[in-house]
Ligand binder design. Structure first.
Ligand code: ADP
Ligand code: 5GP
Length: 236
């Protein structure tokens, strides 16, 4: 018998150091029935990362075999070096459990998912400005100066894709951002529930809607400028 439950797929992308992992970890604690898709990657584990927790760490050969077996919903090559991919089985498992699914993937992966699953909800996390991003990368203490410079450069290019996302979250105050992210996620679950909305649910919808691209676009210009990126209107 085929299942009738269709999980909501949430995509979250951000330049490295924006606070995405911090936000995702908090979100998963707060929102029930939300599964995290543990990606496959060919990159080596960093620091305290464990196989099967942050990622499934596999060899290039294993990854390529999975591609041939059509096991990925999307996959991308990042930094011209490592492969990253979302396994189809996470979506199947979420469906069976009646859970929604959260993907932490890059801009290329997000575009692939949106093409295959147009109802997926995409969220882009932005740092308040370049200086703050640089400070967070230094504070995290994982990268050399050279790597930080590269990440800042990559951030500028990634940020230019913000307008391909449904929601924008500017991660300034952490508590506020967690509440907003939770509201975005929960608000997308509400239309399935019975109408009319309770006053509490209305608040959630209003809070989530503040972060829709159309409603927050005006705040992105100064962030793009701080990275020396052209404003959206100047791009083809
Ligand atoms: P990412 O997953 O996007 O690479 P992290 O979650 O590792 O980023 O966050 C980078 C650093 O910034 C960490 O030291 C984290 O504690 C810190 N951080 C995250 N969000 C905020 C925030 N809103 N304000 C201040 N520091 C933050
Ligand atoms: P990191 O190596 O720092 O953990 O991640 C680098 C980038 O890869 C991040 O932007 C992260 O969102 C992205 N990423 C992680 N898993 C996947 C995946 O399965 N597919 C794609 N396309 N990107 C991923």
């Amino acid at each position: 018998m085929s299942s009738t439950f269709r999980p909501i797929v949430y995509i979250i992308s951000a330049p490295s150091g924006s606070g995405k992992s911090t936000l995702v970890n908090e979100l998963l604690k707060l929102v029930p029935d939300l599964d995290f898709s543990i990606s496959y990657t060919t990159r080596a584990p960093r620091g305290s990362e464990q196989n099967g927790k942050e990622y499934h760490f596999v060899s290039r050969e294993e990854f390529e075999q999975m591609v041939r077996d059509d096991e990925f919903l999307e996959h991308a090559s990042l930094y011209g070096r490592d492969y990253y991919g979302t396994a189809r089985r996470f979506l199947r498992e979420a469906e069976q459990k009646g859970h929604d699914l959260l993907l932490d993937i890059d801009v290329q992966g997000a575009a692939q998912i949106k093409q295959k699953l147009p109802d997926a909800v995409s969220i882009f996390v932005l740092p308040p400005d370049r200086k703050t991003l640089e400070w967070r990368l230094r504070k995290r203490g994982e990268d050399s100066d050279e790597v930080i410079e590269r990440r800042l450069d990559a951030a500028r290019r990634e940020i230019e894709n913000y307008d391909k996302y449904d929601y924008i979250l500017i991660n300034d105050d952490l508590e506020e951002s967690i509440e907003s992210l939770q509201a975005i996620v929960l608000s997308r679950r509400l239309p399935r529930a019975l109408q009319p909305l309770s006053p509490e649910d209305k608040k959630i919808v209003e809070r989530g809607d503040l972060h829709r691209l159309a409603n927050i676009r005006h705040r992105v210009g100064p962030i793009l400028s701080s990275f020396g990126a052209p404003p959206a209107s100047a791009r083809p």
